[in-house]
Structure formats: structure tokens, C-alpha cells
Write a protein that binds this ligand. Sequence first.
Ligand SMILES: [Zn+2]
Length: 130
Amino acid sequence: MSILAHPEWPLLKRHLRAERYARDTGSRGARVRLEVVRPTDGRELRRLQGIKDPCVTCGAIISKVRERGGKRFKGRLYFSPCCPQDVSLACSRSPKASQEYLAIRAALADDADASTPPPSAQGDLFGRKH
Ligand SMILES: [Zn+2]
């Protein structure tokens, strides 16, 4: 099931930012990662981190808003429609995963005119600010 059908999608959407991989020059097209701007409101943060939904590839129930590991990006939140890569690398590389990313990007683009997104204070994965 797509996250677009999840009851918390409207909340999630307000915090989602599609960002291109800076170093992605591959032939597979412009992939994006979906960063989640950490809410200042603790209740919203807990709601986002509580989003559990089936992996779009294998159907396992997973947390879709997760924190990045490692020192450098500690505390950064991101969205994934799939199992973590240390659980299953194949899940995030499936056609269903690609479709989900495209659907989310389309949904975000639809709203770009209608609302002013809050500025992201997060730099990209390589530490630069946009
Ligand atoms: Zn999976």
C-alpha cells in the first residue's frame, strides 16, 4: 500500500522534502531521497516516527520515518517506503519502490503551488546547505 493512503500522510507530507542525490550521475534517472524535516512539536515528531506501514516490496510492517545512523547525520530523519537496507537491499531497489518514490514526488509537486513549505534547515548528505 502506498503511503499516500496512510492516515498520517497529510502530516508527513508537510515535512517531506525530495532531494536529489548530489553525486548521482547514473543512468537510472534522477533518484531522490526523501528527507523529513524534524518537527519542533514533540507530538508531531512522535506521530511521524510512529508511522508503520507495509514495505511496498515485501509487505513487512516497518517504520517508514527513520533516523539516520552514524555520527555525522545523527538525528536526521528520512522517509523510506521499504525495509532498511541492512535488512533487505532488494526491497529498496524494486520497481515497486521506484513507483512509490515517483508517486510521492508527484504528490509533493502537486502541492508546491498551494502551500509554502517551511524552510529546511538541513544540509544535504554532504553537509552543504541548499
Ligand atoms: Zn521489504
